[in-house]
Write a protein that binds this ligand. Structure first.
Ligand SMILES: NC(=O)c1ccc[n+]([C@@H]2O[C@H](COP(=O)([O-])OP(=O)(O)OC[C@H]3O[C@@H](n4cnc5c(N)ncnc54)[C@H](O)[C@@H]3O)[C@@H](O)[C@H]2O)c1
Length: 331
């Protein structure tokens, strides 16, 4: 599959499919001076296969885990770019999950006032969500994504073969994002996920469909002023659960639980059945009182009201403005 979409002057080319990692060199330009960034938990063969496609490429391995999304890692990347004499015509290539894509993209947004970067996402979450849309960031002062910029990758190469080495829990974590997108925007994808077809047989179809949703939404609302907020379905409570769990629950797992509070009764039944099938939580392990302070902190709040997404049935949703107390009453 090949998708191309434009954002202002940026064109981001997306190549998706098994074995597509072999096309990174041609997409970026084999003679360019590039820095490939991966993390210590990503099987090394992926970065090595990308590296081998260039005449002039170096590798930087950053420590795995969300803790690496910080200023120290940014400094390390910038310093490596400087030492390798990569100028504004060079490029960064992230090979890894959302953490690696986010920090690589942010480094690319500020080095030399912005250079090209490419994402080669290797987790399901990064393939359907984090690698596309131009949101780049690092965490600061205990707050996720506090420092960041919109900077679109020039290209994204999504090789679903890389998911074979992914831990099951991480895979289902990414699947929660796919279920989220299907619930708000694609009834056919939702039905496909509900079907009894084995996941490995429909993997490319579901990744392709989720990608299409993300691209359509980003294209229509690149800076998250309106429609893009639909991607926050489940986040109001889910994000609070994620903070309260202090690292015990993954992002997708927290969002899974968070979605079930913003559905019609019929939709909730279908959603819960689907989430349980993939070992994802269907309710908050925390009380409303515990979550209230985190919900009240929601950075998407305006004039005291949080915009939430309510799903009536797959593909049918509306935005509802609620106070933090009204949200807590749902739990
Ligand atoms: N920019 C965006 O729009 C956006 C959207 C959603 C999430 N995010 C960010 O994404 C991050 C979470 O991403 P994630 O869930 O991919 O986590 P992650 O990048 O930390 O990866 C999870 C783990 O999987 C390992 N891994 C990666 N690929 C692998 C593979 N193919 N085989 C085996 N192990 C592999 C990594 O080493 C890591 O330990 C968060 O920082 C979040 O803020 C960004």
């Amino acid at each position: 599959m090949k998708l191309t979409f434009g954002f202002r002057a940026t064109v981001c080319e997306i190549i998706e499919g098994k074995g597509s990692m072999a096309h990174v060199g041609n997409l970026v330009g084999k003679a360019r001076n590039v820095l490939v960034i991966t993390d210590s938990g990503v099987p090394p063969q992926y970065a090595e296969s990308v590296l081998a496609q260039f005449y002039n490429a170096s590798l930087l391995i950053i420590p795995q885990g969300e803790e690496s999304k910080n200023f120290n890692t940014l400094e390390l990347i910038i310093d490596t770019l400087r030492k390798r004499e990569i100028d504004r015509y060079g490029a960064l290539i992230a090979v890894g999950g959302g953490m690696t894509c986010d920090i690589t993209g942010f480094a690319a947004s500020c080095y030399n006032r912005g250079i090209d970067y490419y994402n080669v996402p290797t987790t399901l979450l990064a393939q359907v969500d984090a690698s596309i849309g131009g949101k780049t960031a690092l965490n600061f002062g205990g707050i996720k994504n506090l420092v960041g910029a919109f900077h679109h990758p020039k290209g994204v190469v999504i090789d679903t073969d890389t998911l074979k080495t992914l831990d099951k829990r991480e895979f289902y974590n990414g699947l929660a994002e796919v279920i989220k997108m299907a619930a708000t925007s694609d009834p056919a994808l939702f039905s496909l996920l509900e079907s009894d077809l084995p996941l490995n047989e429909i993997l490319d179809d579901i990744v392709g469909a989720a990608l299409q949703i993300k691209c359509d939404v980003v294209l229509e609302d690149p800076l998250e002023h309106g429609l893009r907020k639909v991607l926050n379905f489940g986040h109001t409570i889910g994000h609070a659960i994620e903070i309260a769990s202090n690292g015990r629950l993954l992002h997708g797992e927290s969002i899974a639980a968070g979605m079930t509070y913003f559905c019609s009764d019929e939709m909730r039944k279908r959603l819960e059945r689907l989430l349980k099938r993939y070992y994802l939580p269907v309710k908050s392990p925390f009380s409303g009182e515990v979550l209230l302070p985190y919900i009240a902190l929601d950075k998407k709040r305006t004039e005291g009201l949080i915009t939430t997404v309510f799903v009536e049935s797959p593909g049918i949703f509306d935005f509802r403005k609620m106070t933090p107390e009204e949200v807590v009453a749902l739990i």
